[in-house]
Design a protein around this ligand. Structure first.
Ligand SMILES: Nc1ncnc2c1ncn2[C@@H]1O[C@H](COP(=O)(O)OP(=O)(O)OP(=O)(O)O)[C@@H](O)[C@H]1O
Length: 349
């Protein structure tokens, strides 16, 4: 069953249409990311779901109930922002209890509410910090408290707007893992906004790639990565090289003709002008592995050593391609090199 259904949602600010008919269905207990470049409308959509913005058209249902016209506090959901500010003058426990106090009766008396707040703190492993003040906590700990505050009312749907983007890289990775563990353990239906494709891919059951107010493509991370429906999707989900090619099947099996006139085998049932997508990690620089691998000449533009891998930019007939090689690769700028790849790794759009 879907816990959250977004149907043909439109949103305009004045004359500017920011959401242009969004349809998304979020299954119960799943983790869905809204991914897209800055300004594509992710936060606006999340705010519409939360009821912080009114939609200009379309509808939103939570747990089977149409909430389009309901005030935020009447929707069975909770939202956590990038700036998750805790109240500085309240203890950790009172911070977490706060939303229960606001919603009153439904969560019982003060004692019951504190019990629920303690439970939520246990769930984010912050039980022993209940009596501290926010300023006595590290950034990561404050983040966990904010998360406890978001889940304490057991919302039907949890909305997270770039909650990890203020954290340094290491803490961010830790919190990604913790968030997913918590989400799974509690079966929380979650919508997560991010502009970071790695974060979206590693955390989500479903990624909704947005572009300029519409859904460009949505699906499981593997599906989007392996079968992007457009050059935009291919490039957004993991550095892709996009080459203009002409596909023909004159000799039986399809071949693509590249910029320099080279012909390489491809798997494609289309012919004519097309875009070939080559993931940077699928292109080898140096010897080909198999007889029927594609091979083309190129020249190294730059080399960046990253420990376990080397990132090259190479020139291929005036086009710059990105290639990742193993950490022991020793090519230098200006050197000529052969690129190769397997035909099954060359996607034709
Ligand atoms: N209250 C508002 N009034 C007018 N325009 C707005 C308002 N809120 C957002 N916009 C515009 O709507 C567009 C989408 O903004 P939104 O914040 O949803 O994008 P986003 O995808 O979340 O981007 P980011 O990752 O930068 O936060 C932007 O062009 C923005 O300027």
């Amino acid at each position: 069953m879907a816990d959250l259904i977004i149907k043909n949602v439109h949103k305009s600010f004045g004359d500017v249409e920011v959401l242009k008919g969004i349809d998304i269905s979020v299954p119960s207990g799943s983790f869905v990311s809204l991914l897209g470049a800055s300004g594509c409308g992710k936060s606006t959509l999340l705010r519409c779901i939360a009821g912080l913005e009114t939609v200009s058209g379309g509808g939103i249902a939570v747990g089977g109930e149409d909430v389009t016209a309901l005030a935020p506090e009447k929707r069975d959901l909770s939202m956590m922002f990038q700036s998750y500010a805790l109240f500085p003058h309240m203890s950790v426990l009172e911070n977490v209890r706060f939303p229960l106090r606001m919603r009153g009766e439904r969560y019982g008396n003060a004692k019951k509410q504190r019990e629920l707040a303690r439970q939520a703190l246990e769930q984010v492993r912050m039980g022993q910090y209940a009596e501290r003040m926010p300023r006595q906590l590290s950034g990561g700990q404050q983040q966990r408290v904010a998360l406890a505050r978001a889940i304490v009312g057991q919302p039907r749907v949890l909305l997270l707007d770039e909650p990890l983007s203020n954290l340094d890289a290491r803490l961010r990775e830790e919190m990604q893992v913790e968030l997913i563990e918590l989400q799974r353990a509690l079966g929380l239906t979650t919508v997560f906004v991010t502009h970071d494709q790695d974060e979206a891919m590693s955390m989500s059951d479903q990624v909704v790639l947005m572009r300029d107010g519409v859904v460009e493509q949505s699906g499981a991370p593997e599906e989007l990565y392996r079968s992007p429906s457009s050059a935009y999707a291919a490039d957004f989900l993991g550095a892709a090289n996009l080459l203009d090619v002409t596909v023909s099947a004159a000799s039986g099996s399809p071949v693509a003709t590249l910029a320099g006139g080279e012909s390489v085998p491809v798997r494609s049932d289309k012919t004519g002008a097309a875009t070939m997508v080559l993931r940077q990690e699928r292109v080898r620089i140096g010897a080909a592995e198999a007889e029927d691998d594609a091979r083309v000449p190129a020249q190294v533009i730059s080399r960046v050593f990253r420990g376990s891998e080397v990132q090259y930019l190479v020139d291929f007939h005036g086009q710059t391609l990105r290639v990742v090689a193993g950490g022991d690769s020793e090519l230098r700028a200006g050197e000529r090199a052969e690129l190769s790849w397997s035909s099954r790794d060359a996607l034709v759009l």
